[in-house]
Ligand binder design. Structure first.
Ligand code: CA
Length: 232
């Protein structure tokens, strides 16, 4: 995984400021004020993180995020204007990973950026055997088996698909819409609403206390995330 960061921000001064703080951390930084150019850069790949302002003059930030998601799992950190909670939630729906609200402290931005870069490096290999939460959860994707606290659990193909999707990037929030897209290969029946019942069934099988879930966490207004970190 790359340490290259792409900053998309049309305010010249702010763009320069963000760039200088990230460069001070030893990161390779590309920057642009154009959403269209950002999509082009994103298509070339090789990015470890994208810092995205939602309010861009040419292409809306939402569309930039959507385009980036078509070709890549790169973590996205949103820059949002103060109090625009709707923008923030829309951002999560589009697959953004975190956000900072303007005006933000450079230190906060750097900490969040570095956390996302670390997270981006721990993706599940397609055919791998991956363990989470100190062995609490073990996914053997090629064998289509899931172990929870040492016990093999019987999951439906959809449940296994949802869990495997959440485990792609632990801690990242996946919206229902995104989960549906990720598990569509498992003959998913298509309605966003039914994701709630799949999650409910899945929790009954994997949580110690389904009413107080720790493995599959709900992020209100945004979606779900895996609450366990990946073991190394
Ligand atoms: Ca702007």
């Amino acid at each position: 995984m790359s340490d290259a960061v792409l900053i998309i921000e049309d305010e010249y001064k702010l763009r320069g400021l963000v760039r200088s703080y990230l460069e001070r951390e030893g990161l390779v930084v590309y920057s642009t004020g154009s959403g269209a150019e950002a999509i082009e850069i994103g298509r070339r790949g090789g990015l470890g993180l994208v810092v995205l302002d939602l309010g861009l003059p040419d292409v809306p930030g939402e569309e930039v995020a959507r385009e980036l998601r078509k070709t890549s799992d790169v973590p996205v950190l949103l820059l949002t204007a103060k109090g625009e909670e709707r923008d923030r939630i829309a951002g999560f729906e589009l697959g953004a990973d975190d956000y900072v609200t303007k005006p933000f402290s450079p230190r906060e931005l750097v900490l969040r950026a570095k956390a996302l870069l670390r997270r981006g490096r721990v993706q599940v290999e397609p055919a791998g055997r991956v363990s989470f939460g100190g062995g609490e959860l073990l996914i053997e994707e090629d064998l289509q088996r899931v172990w929870v606290r040492g016990e093999l659990v019987e999951l439906t193909p959809t449940e296994r698909g949802v869990l495997t999707a959440l485990a792609r990037v632990p801690g990242r929030v996946y919206s229902r819409y995104e989960l549906i897209n990720l598990v569509r290969g498992y003959e998913f029946d298509g309605y966003e609403r039914t994701m709630n019942s799949h999650i409910k069934n899945l929790r009954r099988k994997v949580e110690v206390s389904p009413g107080n879930p720790r493995v599959i966490e709900t992020v209100l207004g945004a979606g779900y995330r895996l609450g366990l970190s990946r073991d190394h």
